[in-house]
Design a binder for this molecule. Structure first.
Ligand SMILES: Cc1cc2nc3c(=O)[nH]c(=O)nc-3n(C[C@H](O)[C@H](O)[C@H](O)COP(=O)(O)OP(=O)(O)OC[C@H]3O[C@@H](n4cnc5c(N)ncnc54)[C@H](O)[C@@H]3O)c2cc1C
Ligand code: FES
Length: 261
């Protein structure tokens, strides 16, 4: 699979919540190759500080050669990215890593927490484009509060999926954690895809293993190089250390040592 370094113009910038942004970039080479679950390494600014690129999931990839990134402002890099404007150029490397395996027709459940929702919209759109019966699939989305969920939830619903929400503050959907909703859904699906905070994914994986439902997880470890050179992203797999940037970020959950991840 090919990867590219490309200067990409920002062609869209939306503020979905006070600290959540969506950038759309003209990135034809990356868009042509991107698979759901893959990511790009972004140089957030042309100068040397911060020196390291930041990893972001490909949130959307469109036939017009554009890709979108969805991100929350956490620190210096994401704050700088949030200040970039339409017309600015960003230097991207990607698409990187291994994405989700979604080659069959089994009913599925996509579970996203916080910015872990980002890669799942791309996956949902690709699943939908295969012509499958999306009404048998489930989408469970969780976040701190309503603002972070509503525009995204509407985009999943528009594809015909059954969408359930949970928020920490109860401002929309169930008050509580998204894995609490999984017990009702698991008997009806055969494959789960999840991305989000570690504790959420650990809970999801445990439930899937008990119910003997296949589960793929997308990990968002800290990354320095994104291309397998620094070993900064390693986690424990069942057969030893694995590099999330190269062997992941999507893994079969059963291949990871969850007590040590
Ligand atoms: C494969 C992959 C895909 C990702 N996709 C997305 C995405 O689609 N949207 C999105 O918002 N974020 C995503 N992330 C996380 C994103 O890369 C970090 O939020 C970003 O690098 C933070 O940069 P910063 O300079 O703003 O923060 P820093 O100044 O580097 O750190 C600020 C704070 O954020 C914490 N932090 C930094 N990186 C991470 C991380 N990976 N996980 C948890 N906490 C972190 C630090 O510990 C620190 O407390 C992804 C990460 C990976 C590895
Ligand atoms: S980020 Fe450097 S090896 Fe994975």
């Amino acid at each position: 699979m090919s990867e590219f370094q490309q200067k990409c113009s920002i062609i869209g910038r939306d503020r979905l919540a006070p600290d959540v942004f969506r950038l759309t970039l003209q990135a034809p080479k990356i868009a042509a190759e991107a698979q759901p679950g893959q990511f790009v390494m972004v140089r957030v600014i042309d100068g040397l500080d911060p020196l390291l690129r930041r990893p972001f999931s490909i949130h959307r990839s469109c036939a017009d050669g554009s890709i979108s990134l969805l991100f929350k402002v956490l620190g210096k890099g994401t704050a700088m990215l949030a200040r970039r404007c339409v017309g600015d150029e960003l230097d991207l490397v990607g698409p990187l890593g291994n994405g989700f395996d979604f080659s069959d027709e089994r009913p599925v459940c996509l579970i996203g927490g916080g910015m872990g929702i980002a890669p799942l919209l791309f996956l949902a759109e690709q699943l939908h484009s295969t012509g499958r019966a999306t009404e048998k699939d489930h989408i469970l989305l969780g976040a701190r509060t309503k603002d972070e969920l509503t525009p995204l939830a509407d985009e999943f619903s528009a594809l015909g999926y059954t969408v359930q929400l949970a928020t920490d503050d109860g401002s929309i959907g169930r008050k509580g954690f998204i894995p609490d909703l999984l017990g009702f859904v698991l008997p009806t699906v055969e494959q789960v895809y999840t991305c989000g905070p570690h504790l959420m994914m650990e809970n999801v994986v445990r439930q899937c293993q008990q119910a003997e439902v296949h589960c793929q997880v997308s990990l968002e470890t800290h990354m320095a190089c994104g291309i397998g050179a620094c070993l900064g992203c390693t986690v424990n797999g069942k057969r030893g250390l694995v590099r999330v940037c190269q062997q992941g970020p999507v893994f079969n959950a059963d291949h990871l040592e969850w007590s040590l991840v």
